[in-house]
Design a protein around this ligand. Structure first.
Ligand code: PEP
Ligand code: MG
Length: 537
């Protein structure tokens, strides 16, 4: 057994025989020609054939991997028509009286090198596309088929793979890709992800592996050649578990989150960034129940501007369409420290200057966020909620600020949703105890069980030594949840859970019995939770 390491670009396990893609670069010889015009016509004809082939590939990709991935072939068609590429080839044929194959190869190599030396990773990845285009034209000139066909299921190992090679392979026989070159933003990598194929890049490959039995471990970036019995058994088990999970996904996608008795709940996802949206859609969440907006601040070296925030919120709202997107206002402090806030040292940061306390104290920061959020509310179904509330007075202050911001926007003639839903996070014992009062001032409650557990049990959620003390099933936590739901319903508002406990399927039935209206969980837990809800009587 031998193990080689690379960078995983798609998670998953593949087990099977290696097929070494030995499709070498076409060996192109330089020959002298007499008739430059005839040679240019040969090139034009080959280019036309290549262009037609690209159109076929585009349509195939469109059907199999969607428009955004198919777009690469449109890019190839454009690159094929590019003046720099064409002029350089024609000039070489005319001035140097060389054969078209040579002129294409030389020009393609030159442009590919230029891309490869660029700083920007995106442009560096285009080097492979340039080579792909010139190889395609050359294969037309020499009359060879440029595709690489699979006869049996295989793990493809290659120095590099062009997107067109990837797309031409029979998907049902592809197990995984392993390449030495390529980057995680190359289109081949993107295609691997779209096709759900485990893939590794940066592996020092060896043609001697051809035909050998291997495992691609896309979780840990490993290629295991000729695994021993125990290793193979371990990987087979992981693969089986993955398969079961995927089956579960397929089965429950598009289904309602409803109990056997007909009680429907809203099952949303938690996100920290617009980049999490693909996972939200992939896992069929019915909305976003918690957008932790502080990640926009954590990812930045300075306060994100109103415009930057507006763009992020708008993107999320537009992507989700009519589905609900609940944005939680800034929850900085405690475990989420940001240098430029200059919060200073605190003996007890979890119980300190954090979240809504900062926003009410430094209202400029809060107002900027509210403006961005309200502006984005014109582009989708946005709600807003406030973290770490302990008093009705805080809610009144927030409402006053929101009112002022709304008046400002109105004066400026900027569109926003005047009836935006405003909710309160229930994360403190104080909020639980006065939840009957708070319910009169809120449109909904979202229970943050991570903090609620920490404050109820007086146990720091960051302290690893308290692993055994932090009992999320503690009766005090569960009774708090029950009380909050009851008080919400008495006031005619809905209540949900957005803390990690919402994804604890051993409690789903309990939450349903309390009358929970919504659960918001990490995207990968959406379907497992849906399954338990649907199995509940
Ligand atoms: C919570 O406290 O449960 C919560 C959802 O907020 P965070 O984990 O971001 O503090
Ligand atoms: Mg919290």
């Amino acid at each position: 057994m031998e193990i080689f390491y690379g960078k995983a670009i798609f998670r998953g396990i593949a087990i099977g025989k290696i097929l070494f893609n030995s499709k070498n670069k076409q060996q192109v010889r330089r020959t002298k020609i007499d008739d430059a015009e005839a040679e240019i016509s040969r090139f034009e004809k080959a280019k036309e054939e290549a262009s037609q082939e690209l159109e076929v590939l585009y349509n195939k990709a469109l059907k199999e991997v969607g428009e955004s991935n198919a777009a690469i072939f449109e890019v190839h068609s454009m690159m094929l028509e590019d003046d720099d590429f064409n002029d350089a080839i024609i000039e070489k044929i005319k001035n140097q009286l060389v054969n078209a194959e040579y002129a294409v190869a030389k020009t393609g190599d030159g442009l590919a090198d230029m891309f490869a030396n660029m700083e920007d990773e995106y442009f560096r990845a285009r080097a492979a596309d340039m080579k792909d285009i010139s190889e395609r034209v050359i294969s037309k000139l020499v009359g060879e088929d440029s595709s690489f066909q699979l006869k049996e299921p295989a793990i493809i190992v290659a120095k590099d793979l062009a997107p067109s090679e990837t797309i031409q392979m029979d998907k049902s026989k592809l197990l995984a890709f392993v390449t030495e070159l390529g980057s995680s933003s190359s289109h081949t990598a993107i295609l691997a992800r779209t096709m759900n194929l485990p893939a590794l890049i940066g592996v020092k490959i060896d043609s001697g592996w051809n035909g050998k039995f291997a495992v691609v471990d896309g979780y840990n970036g490993k290629l295991v050649i000729e695994p021993d019995k125990d290793t193979l058994a371990k990987y087979k088990k992981i693969q089986q578990d993955d398969l079961e999970k995927r089956e579960l996904l397929k089965e429950l996608k598009g289904k309602e989150t409803v109990t056997k008795g007909g009680k429907k709940i809203h099952l949303y996802a938690n996100i920290g960034n617009p980049s999490d949206l693909s996972s939200v859609l992939e896992n069929d969440a019915e909305g976003i129940g918690l957008f932790r907006s502080e990640f926009l601040y954590l990812d930045s070296d300075n306060f994100p501007t109103e415009e930057e925030q507006f763009n992020a919120y708008r993107k999320v709202a537009e992507t989700m369409g009519s589905k609900k997107v609940i944005i939680r206002t800034l929850d900085i402090g405690a475990d989420k420290q940001v240098g430029y806030f200059n919060l200073g040292h605190e003996d007890n940061p979890a119980m300190g200057y954090r979240a809504i306390r900062i926003c009410l104290d430094q209202q400029d920061i809060f107002k900027t966020q509210l403006r961005a959020l309200l502006r984005a509310s014109a582009f989708g179904n946005i709600s807003v909620m406030y973290p770490m509330i302990i008093s009705v007075n805080e809610v009144m202050q927030i409402k006053e600020i929101v009112k002022n911001v709304m008046e400002e926007l109105e004066t400026e003639g900027i569109d926003f949703n005047k009836n935006i839903e405003q909710g309160i996070m229930i994360e403190t014992p104080a909020a639980v105890i006065i939840s009957d009062e708070l319910a009169k001032e809120a449109d909904f409650f979202s229970i943050g069980t991570n903090d609620l557990t920490q404050y109820t049990l007086a146990a720091d959620r960051q302290n690893a030594k308290l692993e055994n003390i932090i009992d999320t099933h503690h009766p005090a936590v569960l009774r708090s949840i029950k009380t909050v739901i009851e008080n919400a319903h008495k006031a005619g508002i809905w209540a949900g859970i957005c803390g990690e406990l919402g994804a604890d399927t051993s409690l789903t039935e309990t939450f349903l019995s309390y009358g929970i209206d919504e659960l918001s969980v990490s995207p990968t837990f959406v379907l497992p939770v849906r399954k338990v809800v649907r199995d509940t009587d």
